[in-house]
Design a protein around this ligand. Sequence first.
Ligand SMILES: [Zn+2]
Length: 260
Amino acid sequence: MKAGKSNLTRELKRLFRSMSFVSRHPSLNRRGVQAERFAEIYQQLGMLWEFLALQCRHTEGWRKTREGKVACKLCGTIRGVTERWVLLPRDGKKTIGRKLFPNSGETFPNKKAATIVDDTIDFHGATVNVDVHNSYRSRLFQRSKLDLSVAAERIVRVEEGDIECWLDTRLAKLTLRKHKRGERPPYGAFLFELPKRALKRFPILVEYDARGKLVGVTIFRPIPLKRRRKTVQQASPAKLAPIRAPRSSRRTNILGGSRS
Ligand SMILES: [Zn+2]
Protein backbone atom coordinates (compact mmCIF):
# COMPACT_ATOMS: atom_id res chain seq x y z
CA MET A 1 0.00 0.00 0.00
CA LYS A 2 2.79 2.36 1.05
CA ALA A 3 4.77 1.68 -2.12
CA GLY A 4 1.65 2.36 -4.21
CA LYS A 5 1.13 5.71 -2.54
CA SER A 6 4.71 6.96 -2.96
CA ASN A 7 4.55 5.78 -6.56
CA LEU A 8 1.43 7.86 -7.07
CA THR A 9 3.07 10.87 -5.41
CA ARG A 10 6.00 10.56 -7.80
CA GLU A 11 3.76 10.13 -10.84
CA LEU A 12 1.67 13.14 -9.90
CA LYS A 13 4.76 15.29 -9.33
CA ARG A 14 6.11 14.31 -12.76
CA LEU A 15 2.75 15.08 -14.32
CA PHE A 16 2.46 18.49 -12.68
CA ARG A 17 5.99 19.34 -13.87
CA SER A 18 5.01 18.38 -17.43
CA MET A 19 1.80 20.35 -17.18
CA SER A 20 3.50 23.53 -16.03
CA PHE A 21 6.21 23.07 -18.66
CA VAL A 22 3.62 22.82 -21.43
CA SER A 23 1.44 25.62 -20.08
CA ARG A 24 4.40 28.01 -19.87
CA HIS A 25 5.77 27.19 -23.29
CA PRO A 26 6.39 30.41 -25.27
CA SER A 27 4.76 29.02 -28.43
CA LEU A 28 1.41 29.30 -26.67
CA ASN A 29 1.73 33.09 -26.89
CA ARG A 30 1.58 32.97 -30.67
CA ARG A 31 -1.12 31.60 -32.88
CA GLY A 32 -0.20 28.70 -35.07
CA VAL A 33 0.16 24.97 -35.51
CA GLN A 34 2.68 24.67 -32.69
CA ALA A 35 0.43 26.46 -30.20
CA GLU A 36 -2.42 24.12 -31.14
CA ARG A 37 -0.17 21.12 -30.66
CA PHE A 38 0.86 22.27 -27.18
CA ALA A 39 -2.75 22.98 -26.23
CA GLU A 40 -3.60 19.45 -27.35
CA ILE A 41 -0.80 17.98 -25.23
CA TYR A 42 -2.06 19.95 -22.24
CA GLN A 43 -5.54 18.47 -22.75
CA GLN A 44 -4.09 14.97 -22.83
CA LEU A 45 -2.09 15.58 -19.66
CA GLY A 46 -5.31 16.78 -18.06
CA MET A 47 -6.87 13.45 -18.94
CA LEU A 48 -3.94 11.64 -17.32
CA TRP A 49 -4.38 13.82 -14.23
CA GLU A 50 -7.98 12.69 -13.99
CA PHE A 51 -6.98 9.02 -14.13
CA LEU A 52 -4.09 9.36 -11.67
CA ALA A 53 -6.34 11.23 -9.24
CA LEU A 54 -8.68 8.22 -9.21
CA GLN A 55 -5.98 6.27 -7.40
CA CYS A 56 -5.74 8.92 -4.70
CA ARG A 57 -7.67 8.33 -1.47
CA HIS A 58 -7.39 12.06 -0.59
CA THR A 59 -6.02 11.24 2.86
CA GLU A 60 -3.11 13.69 2.75
CA GLY A 61 -5.25 16.60 3.82
CA TRP A 62 -6.72 19.55 1.98
CA ARG A 63 -5.46 22.96 0.98
CA LYS A 64 -7.24 26.16 0.00
CA THR A 65 -6.88 27.18 -3.63
CA ARG A 66 -6.59 30.73 -4.87
CA GLU A 67 -10.23 30.57 -6.03
CA GLY A 68 -11.29 29.78 -2.47
CA LYS A 69 -12.01 26.12 -3.13
CA VAL A 70 -10.65 23.18 -1.19
CA ALA A 71 -8.31 20.82 -3.02
CA CYS A 72 -6.52 17.57 -2.11
CA LYS A 73 -2.91 18.24 -1.12
CA LEU A 74 -1.65 15.29 -3.12
CA CYS A 75 -3.63 15.11 -6.34
CA GLY A 76 -5.32 18.51 -6.43
CA THR A 77 -8.87 17.20 -6.81
CA ILE A 78 -11.44 19.79 -5.75
CA ARG A 79 -13.49 18.52 -2.82
CA GLY A 80 -17.14 17.76 -3.54
CA VAL A 81 -16.75 17.62 -7.31
CA THR A 82 -18.35 14.50 -8.79
CA GLU A 83 -15.78 12.32 -10.50
CA ARG A 84 -16.59 11.11 -13.99
CA TRP A 85 -14.71 7.84 -13.76
CA VAL A 86 -14.51 4.88 -11.45
CA LEU A 87 -11.28 3.01 -10.96
CA LEU A 88 -11.57 -0.67 -10.12
CA PRO A 89 -8.86 -3.21 -9.31
CA ARG A 90 -8.79 -6.20 -11.64
CA ASP A 91 -8.23 -8.62 -8.76
CA GLY A 92 -10.07 -8.70 -5.48
CA LYS A 93 -13.25 -7.09 -4.33
CA LYS A 94 -14.53 -4.13 -6.28
CA THR A 95 -16.36 -1.32 -4.54
CA ILE A 96 -18.46 1.32 -6.23
CA GLY A 97 -20.30 3.84 -4.07
CA ARG A 98 -21.69 3.52 -0.56
CA LYS A 99 -24.89 1.99 0.74
CA LEU A 100 -27.44 4.78 0.40
CA PHE A 101 -30.94 5.15 1.80
CA PRO A 102 -33.75 7.67 1.33
CA ASN A 103 -32.63 10.85 3.13
CA SER A 104 -35.61 13.19 3.11
CA GLY A 105 -39.16 13.19 4.39
CA GLU A 106 -40.17 15.54 1.61
CA THR A 107 -42.28 14.48 -1.38
CA PHE A 108 -40.61 15.61 -4.59
CA PRO A 109 -42.48 16.72 -7.74
CA ASN A 110 -41.00 13.96 -9.92
CA LYS A 111 -38.79 10.90 -9.88
CA LYS A 112 -35.74 12.72 -11.24
CA ALA A 113 -35.76 15.23 -8.40
CA ALA A 114 -36.29 12.47 -5.83
CA THR A 115 -33.53 10.19 -7.12
CA ILE A 116 -30.50 9.72 -4.89
CA VAL A 117 -28.89 7.03 -7.01
CA ASP A 118 -30.09 4.97 -9.96
CA ASP A 119 -27.14 3.02 -11.22
CA THR A 120 -26.65 -0.18 -13.16
CA ILE A 121 -23.66 -2.43 -13.62
CA ASP A 122 -23.28 -5.36 -15.94
CA PHE A 123 -21.05 -7.67 -13.97
CA HIS A 124 -19.71 -10.78 -15.72
CA GLY A 125 -23.08 -11.32 -17.39
CA ALA A 126 -25.32 -10.50 -14.44
CA THR A 127 -27.02 -7.12 -14.18
CA VAL A 128 -27.31 -5.28 -10.88
CA ASN A 129 -29.36 -2.11 -10.50
CA VAL A 130 -29.63 0.00 -7.37
CA ASP A 131 -32.40 2.58 -7.23
CA VAL A 132 -32.62 4.76 -4.13
CA HIS A 133 -35.12 7.57 -4.15
CA ASN A 134 -37.11 9.79 -1.83
CA SER A 135 -40.87 10.03 -2.06
CA TYR A 136 -42.22 11.60 -5.24
CA ARG A 137 -45.50 12.33 -6.97
CA SER A 138 -46.34 10.35 -10.03
CA ARG A 139 -49.24 10.08 -12.41
CA LEU A 140 -50.55 6.59 -12.90
CA PHE A 141 -51.79 7.39 -16.42
CA GLN A 142 -50.37 10.23 -18.45
CA ARG A 143 -53.64 12.06 -18.98
CA SER A 144 -55.20 11.44 -15.60
CA LYS A 145 -55.13 14.18 -13.02
CA LEU A 146 -54.83 11.60 -10.32
CA ASP A 147 -51.54 12.03 -8.51
CA LEU A 148 -50.24 9.26 -6.39
CA SER A 149 -47.21 9.48 -4.24
CA VAL A 150 -44.53 6.84 -4.57
CA ALA A 151 -42.92 5.99 -1.24
CA ALA A 152 -39.25 6.59 -0.55
CA GLU A 153 -37.45 3.33 -1.19
CA ARG A 154 -34.20 1.51 -1.75
CA ILE A 155 -34.61 -1.09 -4.49
CA VAL A 156 -31.96 -3.57 -5.55
CA ARG A 157 -32.53 -5.71 -8.62
CA VAL A 158 -30.34 -8.54 -9.83
CA GLU A 159 -30.92 -10.11 -13.20
CA GLU A 160 -29.41 -13.36 -14.34
CA GLY A 161 -30.82 -14.57 -17.63
CA ASP A 162 -34.60 -14.62 -17.42
CA ILE A 163 -34.66 -14.56 -13.63
CA GLU A 164 -34.96 -11.30 -11.75
CA CYS A 165 -34.52 -10.84 -8.02
CA TRP A 166 -36.18 -7.73 -6.60
CA LEU A 167 -35.27 -6.55 -3.11
CA ASP A 168 -36.79 -3.58 -1.33
CA THR A 169 -37.73 -2.73 2.27
CA ARG A 170 -40.77 -4.97 2.30
CA LEU A 171 -40.28 -7.49 -0.47
CA ALA A 172 -37.82 -10.09 -1.65
CA LYS A 173 -39.31 -11.20 -4.93
CA LEU A 174 -38.09 -13.61 -7.56
CA THR A 175 -39.50 -13.47 -11.06
CA LEU A 176 -38.76 -16.56 -13.11
CA ARG A 177 -40.36 -15.37 -16.30
CA LYS A 178 -41.06 -11.77 -17.09
CA HIS A 179 -44.58 -10.70 -17.93
CA LYS A 180 -44.78 -9.81 -21.60
CA ARG A 181 -46.85 -6.97 -22.96
CA GLY A 182 -50.33 -7.98 -24.01
CA GLU A 183 -50.13 -11.12 -21.91
CA ARG A 184 -52.63 -11.86 -19.22
CA PRO A 185 -51.07 -10.83 -15.89
CA PRO A 186 -50.09 -13.74 -13.65
CA TYR A 187 -52.30 -14.93 -10.80
CA GLY A 188 -51.11 -14.47 -7.24
CA ALA A 189 -51.85 -16.61 -4.23
CA PHE A 190 -50.46 -17.37 -0.80
CA LEU A 191 -49.32 -20.94 -0.29
CA PHE A 192 -52.18 -21.72 2.10
CA GLU A 193 -54.70 -20.64 -0.51
CA LEU A 194 -53.61 -23.29 -2.97
CA PRO A 195 -54.79 -26.87 -2.96
CA LYS A 196 -52.15 -29.54 -2.41
CA ARG A 197 -52.59 -30.66 -5.99
CA ALA A 198 -51.52 -27.23 -7.22
CA LEU A 199 -48.65 -26.96 -4.73
CA LYS A 200 -47.19 -30.19 -6.04
CA ARG A 201 -46.63 -28.47 -9.35
CA PHE A 202 -44.61 -25.63 -7.81
CA PRO A 203 -41.08 -26.71 -6.96
CA ILE A 204 -40.85 -24.43 -3.91
CA LEU A 205 -39.14 -25.35 -0.67
CA VAL A 206 -39.91 -23.31 2.42
CA GLU A 207 -37.39 -23.39 5.21
CA TYR A 208 -38.29 -22.56 8.81
CA ASP A 209 -36.59 -22.74 12.17
CA ALA A 210 -37.58 -24.50 15.41
CA ARG A 211 -39.78 -21.57 16.39
CA GLY A 212 -41.74 -21.77 13.18
CA LYS A 213 -40.18 -18.66 11.65
CA LEU A 214 -39.55 -18.53 7.93
CA VAL A 215 -35.83 -18.47 7.23
CA GLY A 216 -35.64 -19.17 3.52
CA VAL A 217 -37.36 -20.04 0.31
CA THR A 218 -35.82 -22.18 -2.39
CA ILE A 219 -37.24 -22.30 -5.87
CA PHE A 220 -36.10 -25.04 -8.14
CA ARG A 221 -35.49 -23.52 -11.52
CA PRO A 222 -38.00 -24.56 -14.14
CA ILE A 223 -36.77 -27.15 -16.61
CA PRO A 224 -36.09 -25.64 -20.05
CA LEU A 225 -38.82 -26.35 -22.60
CA LYS A 226 -36.81 -28.87 -24.64
CA ARG A 227 -36.06 -31.06 -21.65
CA ARG A 228 -39.57 -30.65 -20.26
CA ARG A 229 -41.13 -32.22 -23.33
CA LYS A 230 -39.21 -35.39 -22.65
CA THR A 231 -40.31 -35.41 -19.03
CA VAL A 232 -43.92 -34.84 -20.02
CA GLN A 233 -43.88 -37.97 -22.15
CA GLN A 234 -42.54 -40.00 -19.27
CA ALA A 235 -44.82 -38.64 -16.55
CA SER A 236 -48.35 -39.85 -16.03
CA PRO A 237 -50.94 -37.55 -17.58
CA ALA A 238 -53.01 -37.30 -14.40
CA LYS A 239 -50.25 -35.47 -12.54
CA LEU A 240 -50.03 -32.76 -15.17
CA ALA A 241 -53.69 -31.84 -15.34
CA PRO A 242 -54.01 -28.05 -15.34
CA ILE A 243 -54.64 -26.32 -12.07
CA ARG A 244 -58.08 -24.92 -11.89
CA ALA A 245 -58.64 -21.53 -10.36
CA PRO A 246 -60.50 -21.67 -7.02
CA ARG A 247 -63.95 -22.66 -8.12
CA SER A 248 -66.61 -20.15 -7.27
CA SER A 249 -69.17 -22.77 -8.18
CA ARG A 250 -68.09 -24.80 -5.20
CA ARG A 251 -68.74 -21.89 -2.92
CA THR A 252 -72.20 -21.33 -4.32
CA ASN A 253 -72.90 -25.02 -3.79
CA ILE A 254 -72.11 -24.69 -0.14
CA LEU A 255 -74.25 -21.60 0.20
CA GLY A 256 -77.00 -23.15 -1.84
CA GLY A 257 -76.73 -26.37 0.19
CA SER A 258 -78.40 -24.85 3.23
CA ARG A 259 -81.40 -23.91 1.16
CA SER A 260 -82.14 -27.37 -0.14
ZN1 LIG B 1 -6.31 13.31 -3.73
